[in-house]
Design a protein around this ligand. Structure first.
Ligand code: CAA
Length: 246
């Protein structure tokens, strides 16, 4: 992967950070996107922290729910970073509540970010990959897009949609040197999971056969595997990394 360019959306979150660092370890030039409600100062702080840890990672703001913002992101990349070889659609949010209480705002926010965002960013990257006849697209879904989860009609629907997106796009670009795959993480010890109320979290933990939450590095390891040039015969696939939960 030396000198290949990787774009990782939601690159500053728990799983995103691990993905960025693992790709840098493989020699890739990595751009981490962030939203953070436009808090550029905190994004720069994250970047400085990575630098202090020995990881040079470029950063770029995007609102993945906005098609034009995704266009500006890709068009605005500097010349040494604008030929994207690896795209990791990782940006995602939750807004958990039971369906009978959910308003359109909670539905729209989650579906727009997780599913529409995956399409919007990919749409602005795919033509370049087709032109260069090379690409690795890795979409981060979730175990809850496969099994459903109480309190997550929005999240489960958006993550299930990613499977359909992956399989359809994989067919379209299979003959063009581009692979498209999904990773479905289970419950990983990130801020997103740790913010679930403790009693609920304890019940979830009890359902994980390996009896622990995953680590972000355990997801990043699979991203590196699928992103490698040698993984060219794997496309339209889904990789479950969930401690045996599903
Ligand atoms: N299955 C069946 N019934 C359930 C249930 C479940 N899993 N969870 C709760 N219930 C029942 C409760 O027992 C309760 O029943 P009673 O009223 O008869 O006692 C009723 O549903 C209401 O439960 P809550 O008090 O929990 O309902 P709430 O409205 O206060 O909270 C919730 C709902 C916020 C969705 C809460 O249940 C919750 O946080 N659930 C966890 C959702 C979750 O897994 N989120 C993961 C976020 S991280 C992530 O998603 C990353 C990833 O990809 C894995």
């Amino acid at each position: 992967m030396r000198n290949q360019v990787a774009l990782v959306t939601g690159g500053m979150g728990g799983i995103g950070t691990a993905i960025c660092r693992s790709l840098v370890d493989q020699g890739a030039k990595v751009v981490a996107t962030y939203n953070r409600g436009g808090d550029h100062v905190s994004a720069q702080k994250w970047q400085r922290q990575q630098q202090e840890d020995g990881y040079h990672i470029d950063i770029a703001f995007v609102d993945v729910t906005d098609y034009n913002s995704c266009s500006r992101l890709v068009k605005g990349l500097p010349v040494d970073l604008n030929k994207i070889d690896i795209l990791v659609n990782n940006a995602g949010v939750v807004h958990d509540m039971q369906c009978y209480k959910m308003g359109a705002d909670a539905w729209d926010k989650v579906v727009n970010t997780n599913l529409n965002g995956t399409f919007y960013v990919t749409r602005h990257v795919i033509n370049g990959m087709i032109d260069r006849q090379y690409g690795r697209i890795i979409n981060i879904s979730s175990v809850n897009g496969q099994k459903g989860q109480f309190g997550q009609v929005n999240y489960s629907a958006s993550k299930a949609g990613i499977h359909g997106f992956t399989k359809a796009l994989a067919l379209e670009v299979a003959s063009k040197g581009i692979t498209v795959n999904t990773i479905s993480p289970g419950y990983v010890a990130t801020e997103m999971v740790m913010s679930v109320a403790e009693p609920v979290r304890e019940k979830i933990l009890a359902q994980i056969p390996v009896k622990r939450f995953g680590q972000p590095e355990e997801i990043a390891r699979a991203v590196v595997f699928l992103a490698a040039p040698e993984s060219s015969f794997i496309t339209g696939s889904n990789l479950n990394i969930n401690g045996g939960q599903y």
